[in-house]
Design a protein around this ligand. Sequence first.
Ligand code: ZN
Ligand code: ZN
Length: 254
Amino acid sequence: MINDVPYVVDCGYGVSRQLISVDVALNRVRYIFITHHHSDHNLELGPLFYNAWITGLPVRVDAYGPPGLTQMSRDFFNYLKFDIDTRIPDEGRTDPRTLFTAHEFDKPGVVLTNDDVKVTACLVRHPPIKQAYAYRFDAKDRSVVISGDTAYAPELAEFAKGADVLIHEVMYLPAIEALLQRLPNAKRLREHLIAAHTLPEDVGKIAADAGVKTLVLSHFVPGDDPSITDEQWSAGARKYFKGQIIVGKDLMEI
Ligand SMILES: [Zn+2]
Ligand SMILES: [Zn+2]
């Protein structure tokens, strides 16, 4: 939240519901940022906007993200064509397609500047996806960096230099090995995970090199193993980073 306006970074499944859970009415959503086009980051982009439209969207939504964003929103509106064409005449609503603007970018740099914040994108490493970004929000009172999904990317330390908060994804290797034992596509999945995500030690190095005050661990890989303790998630990072470490939880306020 910046100056009472929500800036939504990524739209995984459940984002509409979670915003309501923290008393952010959906029709307050104004800006959406997508880090990359994996479904755990974009599955509910269309539905979030659409839910906001249905609940009385007063202004337009600007969405920022890598190439594919425009086509995705067109495809989404096509998917809902019957409902759109029904509700506009029947309920006197404004055409939602005129209220949503997709801003695609394919290079790092500043993606948005307004009176409250400057938002910058940094290319990160998330193979096989080439267009994957981290975002930095420089507001008047605080700077926050969100890594998106990335393998160890030392350039993120430079990008996050002097930020107050770094929210970084993390992967816990011992639990990956256990997880893979249960899956038929284990070999391919293991290769993907190792190449695409960051170990706690490396997260700690990034946070230390960047000199941030607070490191928030988020986007846990694997995300479905409750036996991993907060201590296990953070111990590796603690070896390198001496600032505050927070193990992120749903709906947490930092
Ligand atoms: Zn991803
Ligand atoms: Zn992800």
